[in-house]
Structures are given as C-alpha cells and as structure tokens.
Design a protein around this ligand. Sequence first.
Ligand code: GUN
Length: 238
Amino acid sequence: MANKEKACAELGFYSEKHALPEETTEAELLSLIERLNNDDKIHGILVQLPLPKHLDDKTIINNILPSKDVDAFHPTNVGRIMIGDFDFVPCTPAGIMELIHESGVEVSGKECVVIGRSNIVGKPMAMLLLHEHGTVTVCHSRTKDLKAQTRRADILVAAVGIPKFVTGDMVKDGAVVIDVGMDRDENGKLCGDVDFDSVEPVAGAITPVPGGVGPMTIAMLMKNTLTAARRAHEKKQG
Ligand code: GUN
C-alpha cells in the first residue's frame, strides 16, 4: 500500500488512503465509496483485496463507478476487456504486456500458457494475449499433465501463488517466463511462483521476484488513473 502512495506523490497525483478497521460494515464501506464516486477531486478508486470475510467483494466492486474503477474489476470494465474496447486494463496483466512489448517479444502466433485462472490475473491475462493474436491456454489446479502444457509455451505466465512451483523441467528452451508470484520461501524470504535458479538457464527471458512484475503493476495503476482523469476532463469539456 505504501508503494502506491509513494508512486502518487512522485507523480504529483493527489491521493487519499482510507485505512479502515477490520470490523468496518458493508454500509460504512459503501458509504465511503459513494462519497468518493461523487468527489470530483478523485478520478480513481482502488479497494485493496482481499477484504475481510464479512464483506462481499462483488457487492463492493459493483458499487465503484466504472469510470473510476482503475483496477478494471467492475463487470462493465471486465466486459469491455472481453470485447477489446477498454480504457482500463487490470494492472498486473497490463504490466506484463508492457514488459513483453518493451522486450521486443512478439505475441502474435505464439503459444502462450497462463497458469492460474483468477479474475485479477489469469483470466484478463489470457484475454490480453488473445487480443494480440497469441494462441492461449489457461491451466489450473485441475489441469491434467500440466508439464506437457507448460513445455509447449513460448510465453509462460505463472500466477498460481505457490512458491517456486515452476521448475526448469517444465519450461521449453528459450521460452519467455513471467513470474507473477509474491510468495514466501521456506525461510520466509520473498520469492515467486518460478524456481528462478532452475528456470533461468533454460529460459530465453525471465522476470525476477522481487523487481519484475510488481513495480510494473503500480506503474499501470498510475497509468489507468491518468486515463481516468483525462476521460473526466474530456467529459467536462463536452
Ligand atoms: N490484491 C492483490 N492484487 C490486487 C490488485 O491488483 N488490486 C487490488 N485492488 N487488490 C489486489
């Protein structure tokens, strides 16, 4: 959370952090969202997930104004991503696409394998790769013979949440490997879903944890917020 505030400060964005107590009720949270929805000073709203158990993610997200939903979690924005007509791209997949583009990696016609089917990463990631003409496979906990799938991948995205899950024997020679994991290893040290030491010698390119996808995610959140502010300004101008 501190990183987001810092990024806002560096860019000269006005920001408010509302650190609410665990026992905050749905009505209280919805009332805050309503206030922020109607505040012209605020162009983007992010509700940090996961929420405490007594709060329903769907209800909360559905009440964020789609034009201020810089996470792109509202059903309107999710739908717009499906049809390829969107202002906001979910921050983690957007950051990954940026890394792919900046590295000169071509997606068109490539075998892209995404491990993980979450609404935050796996599903929108698959959609963005598809929009760029990748051949996309989404794998998950019920996938039979995961290794056979991952070994086909030219671009492999690991978003499973299991420390060092992807090992060198699961990766094709020269593959681009993107690690979305923010896990802890047996010593409590931050690590990714990819076993960097065994995968790095096999991969053509690989993102580290920390310092790979994470900082990109925040950059994309800032980009979405700037887009939201631009759209609000255009609307005002008529
Ligand atoms: N929790 C983990 N990732 C995210 C994210 O991208 N957005 C929000 N709001 N919460 C998260």
